[in-house]
Design a protein around this ligand. Structure first.
Ligand code: GAL
Length: 400
């Protein structure tokens, strides 16, 4: 009996050792254990993804022109560095060795050629696969049971980022499916950002921090006010799980796609920035209009998103449709969004006590959209906010 228990324990030990091979376990500051140590995503990822605007209508010319536009527009210099190809880039069948193959009709130079081009522009290339038997478009195979092989293929092509979707998953445990690919990427010989796209179905915030650099918390965003606001709220639930290296992902930006007003897009971008969401542009940046560029290129808003403290700002107060969202930044600063989700103009107030400041604190208030500063402000900040619009500020404590 004792012998059998010993053999069983030995088996268990071997399993644990095998499962962790090549994976560097680390201990985070908060004591949470994590498998992931790829060192990426210390601030939320920034870049572009093909899906929201183009769906399956993609090809290598589009990807190259997007990389060009990223640089020429000045967006690359602001931090948008990932050019991410979403679904539909591959052939339906693997090759005779079981490797994924780029679609000959749309990506004739192959993904390696594209990665070389994107790298020559100082940018990084992202790709897409699925933790199931096919991708969501069903036009190409998924990576389930091919994790090691596909991760090595991506690494050999020079891929820097993998978005990993959840279709055709045959009901297998998501944690295991995503963990397998996370490990495969770590063992691939290349640093690859790992973005889980599990749609928030199995509360990934509670387990994905040790598996990947970001995880979707919601279903797909649509280019509509109702969808964007719903998703903002669904993502907000998980705020406490975000931290440098692992972020909640409320899906990619719709700014510039035409389904919302400028003020709605401003709210979308401000809340995504405050919530430390990935800033992945989802419009056609080759032909974006001036207003779209103005929203996406606001350095002060981007700086809130990229603040090194890495704490997700959240909804701290709600009175009907009038909301205050806030979160801490480095240097004991605070970022705030006053958000009017109602249909008429209204005054919104954030008291210092609503946003975690002592009531006697005196601050300078920087308006991140007006680019103006109000000095020595006490007790609270109020503003008249248009319907579906927001105001965004950072508060800096004055020296006593
Ligand atoms: C969905 C995913 C989208 C997009 C699409 C591609 O599952 O959430 O962001 O990647 O698949 O088919």
């Amino acid at each position: 009996m004792v012998q059998r228990v010993f053999v069983l324990l030995l088996h268990l030990l071997t399993l644990v050792v095998i499962a962790n091979a090549g994976v560097h376990e680390t201990q985070t500051q908060g004591g949470r254990r994590t498998l992931l140590s790829n060192g990426l995503g210390l601030t939320p990822q920034m870049g572009w993804n093909s899906w929201n605007h183009f769906q399956c209508n993609i090809n290598e010319t589009l990807i190259k022109q997007t990389a060009d536009a990223m640089v020429v527009s000045g967006l690359a210099a602001l931090g948008y560095k990932y050019i991410n190809i979403d679904d539909c880039w591959g052939e339906f069948n693997r090759d005779s060795q079981g490797n994924l193959v780029a679609k000959a009709s749309t990506f004739p130079s192959g993904i390696k050629g594209l990665a070389d081009y994107v790298h020559s522009k100082g940018l990084k290339l992202g790709i897409y696969s699925d933790a199931g038997t096919t991708t969501c478009s069903t036009t190409m195979p998924g990576s389930l049971d091919h994790e090691e092989q596909d991760a090595k293929t991506f690494a050999s092509w020079g891929v820097d980022y993998l978005k990993y979707d959840n279709c055709a998953n045959t009901g297998l445990n998501p944690r295991e499916r995503y963990m397998k690919m996370g490990r495969a990427l770590l063992n691939s010989g290349r640093s690859i950002f790992f973005s889980l796209c599990e749609w928030g179905q199995d509360d990934p915030a509670t387990w994905a921090g040790g598996v990947g650099n970001s995880w979707r918390t919601t279903g797909d965003i649509q280019d509509k006010w109702e969808s964007m606001t719903l998703i903002a709220d669904q993502n907000d639930r998980w705020a406490s799980y975000a931290k440098p290296g692992s972020w909640n992902d409320p899906d990619m930006l719709e700014v510039g796609n035409g389904g919302m007003t400028t003020e709605e897009y401003r709210s979308h971008f401000s809340i995504w920035a405050l919530a430390k969401a990935p800033l992945l542009i989802g419009c056609d940046i080759r032909s974006m209009d001036k207003l779209t560029f103005k929203l996406l290129s606001n350095k002060e808003v981007i700086a809130v998103n990229q603040d090194k403290l890495g704490v997700q700002g959240k909804k701290v107060k709600k009175e009907g449709d009038l909301e205050v969202w806030a979160g801490p930044l480095t240097k004991k600063r605070v970022a705030i969004v006053l958000w009017n989700r109602g249909e008429s103009q209204a005054n919104i107030t954030a008291r210092w006590t609503d946003i975690g400041l002592g009531s006697s604190t005196v601050v300078d208030v920087r308006d991140l959209w007006e680019h103006s500063t109000k000095s020595a402000v006490k007790y609270q900040i109020s503003a008249l906010v248009e319907p579906h619009a927001c105001k965004m500020y950072t508060l800096t404590r004055r020296k006593a």
